[in-house]
Design a protein around this ligand. Structure first.
Ligand code: PGA
Length: 258
């Protein structure tokens, strides 16, 4: 599988009203879009708080058409399928609602929920076992970047966070922690360096080719920098936080990635 995907991560934001406004704005712009060069539209996904998934799916169904189809994904899933894990959502539950994608190991979960690489790999495996595609996030802190230890750090993090996974069915998102929500974006060379490094490391470790490994970039992506980032050879798409909250801006991101 070699994919193109533009995905949003709403984090703990949004309301039913915001969902309605988002879809109205996105599809209002979509109405006027003329696909002159017959470009292939990428997969479009927004990951929302789990309580909003069914509502967002319902609104998406009312708007989706042959040209643009927005999938609704989850922001996390648990490593177990059921049991005494208060407050969590299992992939079985997500599957029951026809969810196809879930983020795992976002840096905010690693930081605030103390998720380790081992837990992230278990979550991703459980997602795969339930036919969900996990989007496994990795990324270094500013401290590590400034010490020039980012390549070693990313190698260990990505190998441990994907241990035992069928990587042809997994999406990796490289999100440097220092670029998330800060407006600071690595240079295009820096993004290319890490994304292609991740592909090389994972392909080698798993006896695959680099084309088998899909890697998104995330961290302060907006419509104005999408084109440059998505043109990079080793970038299969983007994972967008803040700028995914507005339907119009997200539509521009999708279009600028073409
Ligand atoms: P940002 O967040 O686009 O707001 O920087 C990205 C993310 O956390 O996935």
């Amino acid at each position: 599988m070699n994919i193109r995907i533009i995905s949003g991560n709403w984090k703990m934001n949004g309301s039913k009203k915001d969902i309605e406004t988002w879809f109205n704005d996105f599809f209002e712009k979509a109405k006027d879009f003329k696909n002159k060069d017959n470009e292939k539209i990428p997969d479009i996904l927004i990951c929302v708080p789990s309580i909003y998934i069914p509502y967002a799916q319902q609104i998406a169904e009312e708007h989706n058409n042959d040209n643009f189809k927005v999938f609704i994904g989850a922001e996390d899933c648990h490593q177990e399928n059921k049991g005494a894990f208060t407050g969590n959502t299992s992939p079985i539950m997500l599957k029951e609602f026809n969810v196809k994608y879930t983020i795992v190991g976002h840096s905010e979960r690693r930081q605030f929920e103390k998720e380790t690489n081992e837990i992230v790999a278990k979550k991703a495996l459980n997602a795969l076992n339930n036919d969900l595609i996990p989007i496994v996030c990795v990324g270094e802190s500013l401290e590590i970047r400034e010490k020039h230890e980012h390549l070693t750090f990313i190698e260990k993090q990505v190998l441990e966070s994907t241990e035992g996974l069928d990587l042809k069915r997994v999406i990796i998102a490289y999100e440097p922690v220092w670029a998330i929500g800060t407006g600071k974006v690595p240079t295009l060379e820096e993004i290319e360096e890490i994304n292609s490094y991740i592909k090389t490391v994972l392909a080698k470790e798993n006896n695959l080719t680099e084309n088998d490994i899909n890697v998104l970039y995330g961290g302060s992506v907006k419509s104005s920098n999408t084109k440059d980032i998505t043109e990079l050879k080793s970038v299969n798409g983007v994972l967008v936080g803040g700028a995914s909250l507005k339907g119009e801006e997200f539509f521009n991101i999708v279009i600028n990635s073409l």
